[in-house]
Each structure stands twice: as C-alpha cells, then as structure tokens.
Design a protein around this ligand. Structure first.
Ligand SMILES: Cc1cc2nc3c(=O)[nH]c(=O)nc-3n(C[C@H](O)[C@H](O)[C@H](O)COP(=O)(O)O)c2cc1C
Length: 183
C-alpha cells in the first residue's frame, strides 16, 4: 500500500540531497545559508542552480552582488549548519554566531568561502527565475576547489568523509562508503 502525500510535500520525496552552505554578500553583510534545493544544470558551460526563498537575505544579496558560493560541509559541521539555518543574515553575522572562518575566494571578489568546508564552488549569476515563493538562481561555475585528501579521481571519497544529506525538517543522514560497480 502507498500513502497519499500532499503536493506541497513532493519535495520531501526528493529531498534526500546533499546539503550545502551558500555564502552570499552585499556591502558589509555576509550570510551563510544552508541549502538542500540545488542542482547541476550543465557541463559546458559548467552551471548549477540553487532555489532560495524570496524572503531570505541571501536572495537579496545574490541579486545585488550577482555572485554566490556553494560550500560543501562535512558531517562535523552539522551543528554549525543548523545555527546558520536558524537566523537571517539580515540580523546576525553568521560567521561569528556559528564560529566559522571567512577566507577570500579565488575568482569572486565580494563573497568569501567558509574555510572549514571541504569544497567550494564559486558561481557568477547569469539568470534568475521566479518560481512561486522561491528564486532559482542560475550560476556559471568560475572556480572549484576541494580538499585533496577527500576528493580524488574526480569523486568524493566517502570512505573518508561523511557528507550531510537532508531528509527535511530536523532529519539528516550521512553518506555511506562508496561501491564501485563492476559487472
Ligand atoms: C538543512 C537545511 C536546508 C535548507 N535548505 C534550504 C533551501 O534549499 N532553500 C531555502 O530557501 N532555504 C533553505 N533552508 C533555510 C535557510 O537556510 C534559512 O532560512 C536561513 O536562515 C536563511 O538565511 P538568510 O536569510 O541569511 O539567507 C534550509 C535550512 C536547513 C537547516
């Protein structure tokens, strides 16, 4: 038997994706926004999308600065991720509140990376779509870096790192060790 799930909860059936920390900045304010709604969009040019609520400070900052960074946290950062998800960058300096460290990005000039994260994808905004109560920000990837101990042969080594996956609400799970499929 299958249960009926409300249309608004369709996201919960899909929402098992990796959670990232988006950094965005405008003038003297910088924010860190946990984001589970993100997707790769194109290889050439390398592009991705992030869906952020219209009301978030990050949405305002990205529209003004036209850039954002997708930072990849590992499981050890879950507590800090939840701190960043509990306040808006309008009211709080999340780098201070969550005790995270800002480091200049390599290509982007306005937005910092989060040093404690294990990877960073710097994106230049090329389009914004309005989708209901969210904006879908489309970014062209301009620089990518990852911890060499954890990212090898173009993959996260999930024998060595636990990535954070979000089921919705306060429920999370870790990535598990990888399997190489051989027929
Ligand atoms: C695990 C997790 C995932 C989240 N994913 C999203 C998301 O994909 N899109 C979104 O708009 N908000 C998401 N949020 C909520 C925002 O991160 C949160 O409201 C944040 O405080 C907004 O900060 P800002 O106003 O500084 O942008 C998520 C929160 C958590 C804890």
């Amino acid at each position: 038997m299958k249960i009926k799930v409300s249309n608004e909860k369709a996201t919960r059936l899909l929402n098992c994706g990796m959670t990232v920390l988006v950094t965005a900045a405008y003038k003297d304010k910088i924010t860190i926004t946990p984001c589970a709604w993100h997707m790769p969009l194109s290889r050439k040019p390398s592009s991705l999308g992030i869906a952020l609520a219209k009301t978030h400070f990050s949405s305002e900052a990205i529209q003004k600065s036209r850039e954002f960074i997708v930072n990849i946290p590992d499981w050890t950062l879950l507590d800090k991720l939840l701190v960043c998800g509990s306040v808006s960058g309008r009211e709080s300096d999340k780098f201070k509140t969550a005790q995270l460290t800002q480091k200049p990005a390599v290509v982007l000039t306005k937005t910092p990376v989060i040093e404690e994260c294990i990877g960073h994808i710097e994106c230049s905004l090329f389009d914004v779509k309005e989708v209901g109560d969210h904006f879908l920000f489309l970014g062209e990837v301009v620089y990518v870096q990852a911890d060499e101990r954890l990212f090898a042969n173009d993959f996260w080594n999930t024998d060595k790192v636990d990535l954070i996956f979000h089921l919705g609400s306060k429920f999370f799970f870790k990535s598990s060790p990888y399997t190489e499929y051989k027929k």
